[in-house]
Design a protein around this ligand. Structure first.
Ligand code: NAD
Ligand code: IPM
Ligand code: MN
Length: 367
């Protein structure tokens, strides 16, 4: 049997720093669990632009289409601010999502016990929190046409278009209902049907799909009210399904329920391939964090937990995924934290590498 294949795209800023820690975890699974991946590495984002003049080379795109899973660090940075929009680092990531047709972006927000005190919200609001945001990832205002900056009379106009077809809503809704069936059987759909036609269609289609999942309790909320409810009492939610832009905002908001953006992983999944597994890209929710890049301060947990999601969703290794998640929890419980998870003066934060080493030690302890 051939080894499962993994394409690693560390990207820019803290991307390579956090990915170096994931490499340690991958090596640990090879050495201690006999789970070996065929790992290849390539460029995406600003570093790809520096080498090839494009944020994603066609060869890299082709590789991403062939492997069992892609693991990405982060893209972007101020160095690339002045680049033309079409070749900005972020376009590389958007191309991967679009061409791999990764329409269902799973962004779990789980509050690790050890961090319940750390959230900017009260402990009883977040303790034990375990919600899943399903963000539509390949359509909506991110990709709708017409788009651009145009001359109109004596001024310019910037245009983006929110656009959703029934089938696009149907497939992401189905993936959210399927997840809800495996979890708490509750799904809340968020849009703005009060002001947007795309929201009206979204609500209709989700309701229709819901008829195939009678066991799932379906509710609808306007996305602005949803943002409020997420901070008021997030534990009322189990699975949330929403569009591309609302999902982007709501998942960053949900990150702070868990303590730090440095903790939030994600899985971007497409339709099943011949082997029955979905096309998939795993990446932290956070970006390249230019303010802390190159200083060994980045929290590698979001990227490590993204690899755990790969174990679960691409490689059917749910038990090993849980082992890795528990190792992260154990490290946090020992009080080993990167700077983003500390607010008391006088405590020396762990470096990115120390955090990765601690997770490896916790994995050892799990055997
Ligand atoms: P960001 O997520 O990079 O950073 C926001 C804040 O969170 C910063 O203060 C940063 O230091 C902190 N932070 C983020 N990740 C952290 C981690 N792992 N450990 C500790 N602290 C962490 O968002 P931004 O500053 O708005 O964007 C910076 C660049 O990243 C931009 O070019 C943006 O387009 C890009 N970006 C990329 C992705 C991606 O690659 N998936 C996601 C979001 C933003
Ligand atoms: C994310 C990021 C991306 C997005 C950017 C970098 C293209 O913010 O993954 O959340 O807006 O989707
Ligand atoms: Mn985002």
């Amino acid at each position: 049997m051939t080894n499962p294949s993994l394409l690693i795209l560390p990207g820019d800023g803290i991307g390579p720093e956090v990915m170096a820690e994931v490499r340690k975890i991958i090596d640990w699974f090879g050495a201690k669990r006999g789970i070996t991946f065929d790992v290849s590495e390539d460029l995406v984002g600003g570093c790809a632009y520096d080498k090839h003049g494009t944020p994603l080379h066609d060869d890299t795109m082709a590789k991403a289409q062939e492997v069992d899973a892609v693991l990405l660090g982060a893209v972007g940075g101020p160095k690339y601010d002045a680049l033309d929009f079409s070749i900005k680092p972020e376009r590389g990531l958007l191309r991967l999502r679009k061409e791999m047709d990764l329409y269902s972006n799973l962004r779990p927000a789980q509050c690790f016990d050890a961090l319940a005190d750390f959230s900017s919200l009260k402990k009883d609001v977040v303790a034990g929190l375990d919600i899943m945001i399903v963000r539509e990832l390949t359509s909506g205002v991110y990709f709708g046409e017409p788009r651009g900056i145009f001359e109109e009379g004596n001024e310019r106009v910037g245009i983006n278009t929110q656009r959703y077809t029934e089938s696009e809503i149907d497939r992401v809704a189905r993936s959210a209902f399927e997840l809800a069936m495996k979890r708490g059987k509750k799904l809340c759909s968020m849009e703005k049907a009060n002001v947007m036609e795309s929201g009206i269609l979204w609500r209709e289609v989700v309701t229709e799909v819901g008829k195939d999942y009678p066991e799932v309790e379906l509710s609808h909320m306007y996305a602005d009210a949803g943002a409020m409810q997420l901070t008021r009492w997030p534990k009322q939610f189990d699975v949330i399904v929403t569009d591309n832009l609302f999902g982007d905002l709501l998942s960053d908001l949900a990150a702070m329920l868990t303590g730090s953006l440095g903790m939030l992983p994600s899985a971007s999944l497409g339709a099943p391939m011949d082997n029955g597994r979905p096309k998939a890209l795993y990446e932290p929710v956070h970006g390249s964090a230019p303010d802390i890049a190159g200083q060994g301060k980045a929290n590698p947990c979001a990227c490590i937990l993204s690899f755990a999601m790969a174990l679960r969703y691409s490689f059917d290794m749910g038990d090993e995924a849980t082992r890795l998640e528990q190792a992260v929890n154990a490290v946090l419980a020992q009080g080993i934290r990167t700077a983003d998870l500390l607010n008391e003066e006088g405590i020396t934060p762990a470096t990115t590498a120390e955090m990765g080493d601690a997770v490896v030690a916790a994995l050892d302890a799990s055997l």
